[in-house]
Ligand binder design. Structure first.
Ligand SMILES: *[C@@H]1O[C@H](CO)[C@@H](O)[C@H](O)[C@H]1NC(C)=O
Ligand SMILES: *[C@@H]1O[C@H](CO)[C@@H](O)[C@H](O)[C@H]1NC(C)=O
Length: 507
């Protein structure tokens, strides 16, 4: 009976993986080494000075509508030198680099309707002659750009903690105003022939903005430019002071625990330390004012948070130090589930809330099999809370199988994540564990919603050797091990006491 049901589980769990993905999973380490050697070689072959490139046209769109700053940059570059160029450089002021959560680049291929974007690799690089501590990143082109050729690049970068509340403290009835600092001219290691910058604010309330030559404002958009013929590293600082009453929701620390159980369940426990990182609240908080005039008071505070959870979520709970919080609503749909949670009190600037969200998921939705028969977990990395910055995210993938022995040679974690994260293994002990369970730990700082992509952990070769056996060549002794340990312990105690009893008359 039990054996049968476990075979059913096996059938349901058999998903197939594309050969490429499987390959990536298996030989990631080799791939990384090969790639780095390759990029090294290409660097040697086509090392070029920045003077060889110029930017024909640059358009920058800065989106300030949330507390997470998104910048879209379109660059049309031309090789004006004589040798092919394989890298395009981007420059950032040092203050921005510290807040850079994400930087992506793609090249446009094809024209008009057949236009598509091919992602390119971007890596930090050192430029000895960069002025004022400007930091550089290098975009590796797919094919070197020959003399006289042009290419169009799309760049997206995201900055966190880059809006400074001013005034730094506001009362319950005030609106939140913030500063954003940048340059009217795009910082670039190249000569820029023509450029324009557009800045979008959340509302039309803009207190002030730096006016330089050709600055225009219409509604919630400020336009700097067009500017013509600016030499490399031109800079013209600007400050925009505007209203932004969005939820400045920052999770200072998030620990996500993913536990794979041999009962076909994936149990997720998420520990949040949430803060409102906007202008600090001053004065007393009046709940009466807050509730009677919801639009007049506390406009920058937040009361609800939306967590996007996978479909088929079950056994959801939400609790804090005091206990369960019942004010949460779960809407499950075909493709996603929305969990709306409401902390015990609304969060004002500087206030914090600590809570735990837990839920279960069917393991079969996340366990896949690669063609070589190995199983891996495919799960999302980022924070499920919408429009939230996570200062530090720790993700722990472990198992509730009683004990796992690592096979020789697999002492390194092998999670495949599409961006850089720190990885290590931890051993978790719980009562009755003899050797402890292996947990794969992934850590990343400065996480934004764009980091919500999938990662894969090859569980068979790593942590779940025991699980594999439980699942696929069902061995009931495995599951009975903990009860058996208890029974045998009592049995030995019992035997020992009998032995003592039997001996006692001899004394
Ligand atoms: C809190 O909720 C969980 C899950 O619904 C439940 O198991 C637990 O008993 C509840 N605890 C209290 C104190 O109500
Ligand atoms: C992981 O899951 C996502 C969403 O279901 C899917 O799009 C992706 O292809 C999967 N990746 C792998 C390597 O299985």
């Amino acid at each position: 009976m039990i054996v049968q049901s476990s075979q059913e589980v096996k059938l349901k769990l058999t998903h197939t993986l594309s050969p490429e993905a499987m390959e990536a999973l298996r030989s990631l380490g080799q791939l990384v080494i090969a790639l780095s050697i390759f990029s090294h070689l290409s660097l040697l072959a086509y090392s070029s000075s920045p003077q060889d490139l110029q930017i024909l046209n640059a358009e920058r769109r800065i989106d300030l509508t949330s507390h997470i700053v998104k910048v879209f940059l379109t660059l049309k570059v031309e090789n004006t030198g004589t040798s092919p160029v394989s890298e395009v450089l981007l420059a950032f002021p040092p203050t921005q680099v510290d807040h850079l959560a994400l930087l992506k680049a793609a090249i446009t291929v094809g024209k008009k309707k057949k236009k598509s974007y091919v992602p390119l690799e971007v890596n930090p690089t050192e430029l000895p002659d960069a002025p004022n501590g400007a930091k550089s990143f290098s975009i590796s082109l797919l094919n070197p750009l020959n003399s006289g050729e042009t290419a169009t690049l799309e760049v997206l970068y995201i900055l966190t903690h880059s809006l400074e509340p001013f005034p730094a403290e506001i009362s319950q009835s005030e609106s939140q105003l913030v500063y954003f600092r940048d340059g009217a001219i795009i910082l670039s290691p190249y000569y820029v022939k023509q450029q324009t910058t557009f800045i979008r604010t959340p509302s039309t309330r803009v207190e002030s903005f730096t006016r330089v030559e050709s600055t225009n404002r219409a509604g919630s958009e400020i336009k700097y430019g067009p500017y013509k013929d600016r030499p490399a590293y031109s800079y013209s600082p600007i400050i925009v002071h505007f209203e932004n009453n969005n939820a400045f929701a920052v999770v200072e620390e998030l620990v996500r625990e993913v536990e794979v159980s041999h009962w076909g369940n994936l149990q997720i426990t998420e520990h949040y330390k949430l803060a409102h990182a906007g202008a600090r609240h001053k004065g007393i908080f009046s709940r009466v004012d807050y509730q009677s005039r919801p639009h007049a008071g506390g406009v920058s505070s937040f009361k609800h948070l939306l967590a996007r959870l996978p479909p088929r979520v079950h056994s959801v709970y939400y609790r804090d130090e005091i206990g369960n919080i019942s004010s949460s609503h779960l809407r499950t749909e075909y493709l996603k589930s929305d969990l709306e949670i409401e902390p015990r009190y609304p969060l004002f600037g500087g206030w914090k809330a600590t809570f735990v969200i837990g839920y279960g998921l069917p393991l079969e939705d996340f366990l896949f099999e690669s063609p070589d028969g190995r199983r891996y977990l495919n799960f999302t990395f980022g924070c499920p809370l919408a429009e939230t910055v996570v200062d530090k995210l720790t993700l722990k993938v472990g198992t509730v199988v009683f004990q796992v022995v690592l096979p020789e040679g697999s002492k390194n974690p092998s999670a495949v994540v599409p961006f850089s994260v720190e990885q290590h293994l931890e051993t978790k002990y719980s009562y009755l564990d003899v050797a402890g369970r292996t947990v794969v730990v992934l850590e990343k700082r400065n996480v934004v919603p764009e980091h919500n992509s999938h990662f894969q952990v090859a569980i068979l070769s790593l942590t779940l050797v025991g699980l594999y056996q439980v699942y696929y060549t069902f061995n009931p002794v495995f599951m009975l091990a903990e009860p058996l340990m208890l029974v045998s312990t009592f049995f030995f105690i019992f035997m020992a006491s009998i032995t003592v009893d039997e001996r006692s008359p001899d004394f």
